[in-house]
Design a protein around this ligand. Sequence first.
Ligand code: CU
Length: 232
Amino acid sequence: MKGSYLFTALLIAAQGSYAGSIKGVVKAQLTSVPPAAAVKMADDPTCMAKHTKPVSEEKLVLDANKNVRYAFVSIKSGFPEGQVFRAPVEPALLDQSGCMFAPHVVGVMAGQGLKVLNSDGVLHNVHLMGKANREVNKAMPAFTKKMVLPGTNFAKPEIMALKCDAHPWMAGYVVVAANPYFAVTAADGSFEIKDVPAGNYVVEAWHEYLGTKTQNVQVGDAIATATFTLAK
Ligand SMILES: [Cu+2]
C-alpha cells in the first residue's frame, strides 16, 4: 500500500502532472441505417458449423441507440514536442474465431507486436495491407494455434486493412497508432483512454464506414468526456 502510494507519487513527480482518462461515446447520425449484409459461409461447412445464428458483416455495427461499435478513438496531437513513446512489450491480440476476425478492429502502437490466434482449427491467412508498412501475408494452417507478428510489421502509424484470402467475408482493420493512447469502442459505443497525462489534446474518432471526426479535449485530474457524432 505504502509502496504503491510512493510509486504513484514518484510517477506524478516524473510526469510533472496528474494523469486522467478520456471517456466517451461514438454515435452515428444516419437518416437510414443500411442493413448489415449477411455473411455467406456456405462455401466452408466447417466455418458454418461454428455458428447457430446467421452472421452479419461488421462494417457498421450499431446498437438500438445508434451507438457505434468498432470505432477507433485516439489522441492525434497535443503532446510536448519531441516526446517519445515506448511501445508496449506485450503484443496486442487478434483471434480468428468462427471464421471472423475478433475483434473486427484492433489497435497496436507503432513498434508493438500482434499475437494472432487461430481458434478455428481451419486454414486462415492473415493478409494485412498498408502503405507505410510492408504487406503481411501469412498462412495459418489448421494446426497453427498462434503466431506473433513482430513490431517491425507495424513500424509506422497507419490504418491497415485486414483480410483472409481463404474466406472472402473475413475483413477487419489493424490500426497502428503513434502513441499508446487509443481505444476501440465497445458494443454500446463507449470507450475509455486511460492514464493520459494532463494536457490539451486533439482526439480523433475513426470508423471505416462513417469516417473521421476530431475534437479538442482537455485532460486534468478528473475524467474528461468526449462524445463523437459521426455522420455519413
Ligand atoms: Cu479465414
